[in-house]
Design a protein around this ligand. Structure first.
Ligand code: PMP
Length: 413
């Protein structure tokens, strides 16, 4: 008899039987309001009829036509559709399967394009689980402890985490940019630095939006030093923040954008986008993979982008996100451990701290565990595990947000 490996740590005891929209139906016969969406993946809700139909139809035509051997229509169509939402100038797209693989693709491209070895990451960033992606991840020691050596050439700069230091945003941004400048003169010279890699909203690292002034400071330094600016939009992209891309709250755009998760409502596909000139600096054949840009996943991606546009889901994420944050702030007034509420759109985090202001992972974990029996699925995040994150589907309704807030209130009390 086999059993599932204890290497997996499951946040809830739920076994899903079927799922629809914002709801998961468990084999225990109960319905759960899903504010986890498979960690920000099922953007159009579970089993959106148009996504299901697109995947079903494609499955009957061709499931796998390996893209370095035979190209297929869904991938060409997805590229056209992405062209409508990608930042201007990022008109060349490469596909992989997962966020981690796309992160690796971006790093490889930045190194090939610059001929430089080092990557600067920002504290609390999560970029994936493969060894290279884990080497770039500083969202918790659990993601890298025990399997060193990691990939060389990674340097970490501070993220402007104003709340942690009790600073205002400007002080935190000034500090983080000064430390970055110091890193560039003390440890990794610009001529050795291929890329800055950052999430526009820290995801697994604690649901912290990067202040626009910080992203703008990175853009300015990247331009000045010929460093490639890579934005990891794997969790924050595809409408989740109330803009199509998380970085659109600032005035910048990246040299390489990484997307995955919400792009295909649960089918595994990821992509990096860059200018054709930057992509041309990598060697043909230097990147690829057996399943990358799979035909069924690409068809689901096309349907997902159509649904996001046709149903106005970016705007829905913004409006429902405000409703969620307003409701959480009302709860915050009642609970002392509820130290900070923050996020953009449908990416909201609640940081728990004790009376001394220190991270309180016990309370965060107890609250997260307590939501499940009350019919609401939630997750924690943050290096210390003291942030509860709420990640509803972009199709979430006003009534579902109200219900989620009610369940969350019960779990708190
Ligand atoms: N980058 C970010 C910002 C992520 O949130 C994740 C997944 N949580 C990844 C990369 C890695 O994606 P995957 O798990 O698909 O490899």
């Amino acid at each position: 008899m086999a059993s599932l490996s204890p290497l997996l740590k499951q946040a809830t005891p739920v076994v899903v039987d079927y799922a629809s929209g914002s709801w998961i139906h468990g084999t225990d016969g109960r319905d759960y309001l899903d504010f986890t969406t498979g960690i920000g993946v099922t953007s159009t809700g579970h089993c959106h009829p148009r996504v299901v139909e697109a995947a079903r139809e494609q499955t009957g035509k061709v499931i796998h036509a390996q893209y370095t051997t035979v190209m297929h229509k869904p991938l060409l169509e997805l590229t056209d559709k992405l062209g409508e939402v990608l930042p201007a100038g990022l008109d060349s797209v490469f596909y992989a399967n997962s966020g981690s693989e796309a992160v690796e693709a971006a790093i490889r491209l930045a190194r090939m394009a610059t001929g430089r070895p080092n990557i600067v990451v920002f504290q609390g960033g999560f970029h994936g689980r493969t060894v290279a992606a884990a080497s770039l991840t500083t969202a918790g020691t659990k993601f890298s402890a025990g399997f060193a050596p990691l990939m060389a050439g990674v340097h970490m700069a501070p993220f402007p985490y104003a709340f942690r230091y009790g600073w205002d945003e400007k002080t935190a941004v000034d500090f983080a940019l000064r430390e970055l400048d110091y890193l560039l003169v003390s440890r990794t010279a610009p001529n050795d630095t291929a890329a800055f890699l950052i999430e526009p909203v820290l995801g697994d690292g604690g649901y912290l939006p990067a202040p626009p002034a910080f992203l703008e400071g990175l853009r300015e330094r990247a331009d000045r030093h010929g460093i490639v600016l890579i934005l990891d939009e794997v969790q924050a992209g595809c409408g989740r923040t109330g803009k199509f891309w998380g970085h659109e709250y600032s005035s910048i755009s990246p040299d390489i954008l990484i997307t995955a998760k919400g792009i295909a409502s649960g089918f595994p596909i990821s992509a990096i986008a860059a200018s054709a000139a930057l992509m041309a600096k990598g060697w043909p054949g230097s990147q690829g993979g057996t399943y990358g840009g799979n035909a069924v996943a690409a068809a689901a991606g096309c349907a997902t982008l159509d649904v996001i546009r046709d149903e106005g889901l970016v705007e829905n994420a913004r409006v429902r996100g405000e409703q969620l944050r307003d409701g959480l702030r009302l709860l915050q007034d009642k609970y002392a451990a509820f130290a900070d509420v923050r996020g953009l759109g449908l990416m909201q985090g609640i940081e728990f701290a004790d009376a001394a202001g220190e991270p309180d992972p016990e309370t965060a974990s107890a609250v997260q565990q307590a939501t499940t029996p009350r019919g609401l699925l939630t997750l924690t995040c943050g290096p210390a595990g003291n942030v509860v994150r709420l990640i509803p589907a972009l199709i979430v309704t006003e009534a579902e947000i109200d219900l989620g807030l009610e369940c969350f209130g019960h779990a708190l009390s």
